[in-house]
Design a binder for this molecule. Structure first.
Ligand SMILES: Cc1ncc(COP(=O)(O)O)c(C=O)c1O
Length: 397
């Protein structure tokens, strides 16, 4: 009965763990949730007030399919101010979350059988979005010792005559790693030379630490801007996950193609959320800095705790709100006669025996690792790390 399209995609093990954790909480268990993909802060009050004003001003009708002009102008101003990049409002498409921006992009760019390079670890939805567009995801492994950043050598091994595009996540979900300018430039030069279109998912761009100098793809010159899309959104930087708002900027032709697709699916993003987003971009940024500083404090704490766990390595991430430790030493150890075989097994063990929910690395194409989100209070992080430490010690660590 189901279409071929649906059969090209599957559920990830993330959902199984999340469902189990939800069931345990319902039954009264005290589960520490490190699987969270959203900031634990409320949306800043100036943004919420702007939404209330939009409702009172009856800005409650269908908005333009591409996004309200004031928001697209604010996005253009952001790129001018931060990247010295000139985009015009007809090069911006506002969508129902960065996820829809990515989906629109895949449908607008990819023909059946064309290949899209996806460095692993990757955000769970990238391969699935490419599959839904009848493209072929080509997974490019990276290395922990290299900060999980893809290199030109890695890419050269996977480029073929069918390669159409690459999806780069910078900073990365799940690893938190971000590209220093020189490394990004090398990859971009190779893609430009090979005619590979770049989709740069920059949704975590505001969450970078230790004075890391973040470089957006948009700042790398006209040729790059003509052959790439920058995807961004309000979910992570402005703690607006529930408002469902993201955007893409790029060449007019591609944006127009994406706009056509959007016009026949959602007819544009929520009007009230868009007016709130105008305030997010144009209003004071103090709360954003406060959230960033708090995430940095938590990252440092969780890294200190991981460093005390025997046989565990963990890359010090430049951004996002995840750490991505390698717990693979604990695979093939047993508890109560049950062998932990992989990241899903370890996540299940941590949930059942430590009451901590984490996301197994196999969801991101790298089974040696486990994603821990620190988008929760420092008290929860301390409690959760105590439990993980004890549970791993129980496996002989
Ligand atoms: C890397 C990455 N891209 C895109 C998204 C989707 O964001 P949105 O809430 O704007 O759809 C997420 C959300 O988890 C993400 O982690």
């Amino acid at each position: 009965m189901l279409s071929d399209r649906v059969q090209r995609i599957g559920f990830s093990s993330t959902l199984r763990i999340a469902a189990k954790a939800a069931q345990m909480v319902k039954e009264g268990a005290d589960v520490i949730d490190f699987s969270i993909g959203e900031p634990d802060f409320p949306t800043p009050s100036n943004i919420k007030d702007a939404a209330k004003r939009a409702i009172d001003a009856n800005l409650t009708k269908y908005p333009p399919n591409d996004g309200v002009l004031e928001l697209r102008q604010a996005i253009c101003r952001k790129f001018k101010a931060e990247c010295d990049a000139t985009y015009t409002p007809d090069q911006v498409l506002v969508s129902t979350g960065a996820k829809q921006s990515l989906y629109n992009a895949a449908l607008a760019l990819i023909n059946k059988g064309e290949e899209v390079l996806i460095p692993a670890p990757y955000w769970v939805s990238y391969p699935q979005i490419v599959n839904l567009a009848y493209g072929n995801p080509v997974i490019v492994p990276t290395r922990e010792e290299n900060g999980f950043r893809v290199t030109t050598e890695d890419l050269l091994r996977h480029i073929s005559s069918r390669t159409k595009a690459i999806i780069i996540c910078n900073p990365s979900n799940p690893s938190g790693s971000a590209y220093p300018a020189a490394e990004l430039q090398k990859i971009v030069d190779l893609c430009m030379a090979e005619g590979i279109f770049i989709i740069s998912d920059e949704i975590y761009e505001k969450l970078v630490y230790d004075d890391f100098h973040y470089v957006s793809l948009a700042s790398l010159g006209d040729k790059v801007r003509e052959n790439s899309l920058v995807i961004n959104g309000f979910s992570k930087s402005y703690s607006m996950t529930g408002w469902r708002l993201g955007y893409a900027v790029g060449p007019k032709e591609v944006i127009e193609g994406m706009s056509k697709i959007q016009s026949h699916s959602t007819s544009g993003a929520n009007s009230i959320a868009q007016w709130a987003a105008v305030e997010a971009l144009n209003g004071p940024q103090g709360e954003i800095t406060m959230m960033r500083d708090e995430f940095e404090r938590r990252r440092n704490y969780v890294l200190t705790r991981l460093a005390q766990i025997p046989h565990c390595t963990c890359y010090k991430p430049e951004g996002a709100f995840y750490v991505y430790p390698n717990f693979s030493w604990y695979y093939h150890k047993s508890h109560d006669g049950v062998e932990i075989r992989n990241s899903a097994g370890l996540a299940y063990y941590l949930l059942m025996h430590a009451h901590v929910a984490v996301v197994p690395g196999d969801s991101f194409g790298t089974d040696e690792f486990t994603r821990i989100s620190y988008a929760t209070s420092i008290e929860n992080i301390e409690k959760g790390m105590n439990r993980i430490e004890a549970a791993l010690a129980g496996l002989g660590g």
